[in-house]
Design a protein around this ligand. Structure first.
Ligand code: UTP
Length: 297
């Protein structure tokens, strides 16, 4: 049986403290890589994976994010007048059809697990995807699409996974692998932010998930985990205890951690270089900058 996932939850209610002071008034998800907000990358990836219902878990101070998907008649008129068809197309790609997008509120930032749980009524009794907009993935085939294809075969729960250096594992949820099947691994446990010596593998979970609705029932019990937050990793780990399959998926692509400043800068360079209209000038600038730096050293 082929299984389809049509709903995606975007938890965007975090405080974004690593980007203060910018995030005092701008939602992190609106910050741009070149000229597109992080949220646009996430939406495009979800669409490519066949998602038709987009559920945002928002919070106070995120109205710019909600406005982003609205139609802009004034801008349209101005672009039409100026015959700017390419820009008009870019603008229209940001529109979301009425009824396809829903917002729920997380009143307090109690953790990622809690944010996902806030969407429980909209998700209902269906499998659903979770996308963290902080993780931007450059890939030939969008990461969630790769996962949706794997999920069609396996069902269960799938988390995106990537290999990390041992000293980096403590920043992630880490998989305890029961069976390695290549791009898929069957998971027998998950640990959130383990100490380096306690990490059960070098496979870290990153921000793409396809989950079964029973994860919501586990989150109902609201157990507080690492860092005093309600952790999504803990709820997924309970799936394993309950005998439901959980798989790690080694996606093909490069993930940028745009929740950190260093990751955001790296993504800006890579996405800048990927743009044909910028490449020549930008590449030259980077070469010159590096040459000057080397000379100074
Ligand atoms: P982070 O751990 O990156 O937290 O959340 P954050 O608040 O966004 O950023 P920092 O660490 O303060 O800089 C990972 C994802 O989970 C969401 C965030 O919006 C982000 O997409 N999240 C986290 C929530 O929606 N609610 C929460 O309570 C916590």
């Amino acid at each position: 049986m082929k299984r389809k996932v049509t709903k995606a939850v975007f938890p965007v209610a975090g405080l974004g403290t690593r980007f203060l002071p910018a995030t005092k008034s701008i939602p992190k998800e609106i910050m741009t890589l070149v000229d597109r907000p992080l949220i646009q990358y996430a939406i495009d990836e979800a669409r490519a994976a066949g998602i038709t219902e987009f559920i945002f878990v928002t919070a106070r101070g995120k109205s710019a994010l909600e406005d982003y998907f609205d139609e802009s008649p004034e801008l349209e008129t101005s672009l039409k007048k100026g015959n700017k068809t390419a820009l008009l197309e870019t603008l229209r790609n940001t529109y979301m059809d009425s009824g396809t997008i829903a917002y729920v509120r997380q009143n307090r930032a109690l953790g990622l697990g809690h944010a996902v749980w806030c969407a429980r009524r909209l998700v209902g009794d269906e499998p659903f995807a979770v996308i963290l907009t902080d993780d931007v993935i450059a890939a030939e085939k969008p990461c969630l699409q790769q996962m949706a294809e794997a999920y069609a075969e396996t069902g269960g729960n799938i988390v995106a996974a990537m290999e990390v250096a041992p000293e980096k594992a403590s920043a992630y949820g880490v998989l305890d692998v029961a069976e390695d099947m290549g791009s898929l691994v069957r998971v027998k446990g998950m640990v959130e932010k383990p100490k380096m010596e306690d990490a059960p593998s070098n496979l870290a979970v990153i921000g793409r998930y396809i989950l079964s609705p029973s994860v919501m029932q586990t989150l109902n019990r609201a157990k507080v985990g690492a860092g005093g937050e309600i952790q999504l990793t803990d709820a997924i780990a309970e799936e394993i205890t309950a005998g439901n399959p959980v798989y790690g998926f080694r996606f093909r692509g490069h993930r940028f951690d745009c929740g950190s400043k260093a990751g955001f800068l790296q993504a800006t360079v890579s996405f800048g270089l990927a743009r044909e209209e910028l490449r020549g000038e930008f590449e030259q600038y980077l070469h010159e900058t590096i040459a000057v730096l080397k000379a100074a050293q």
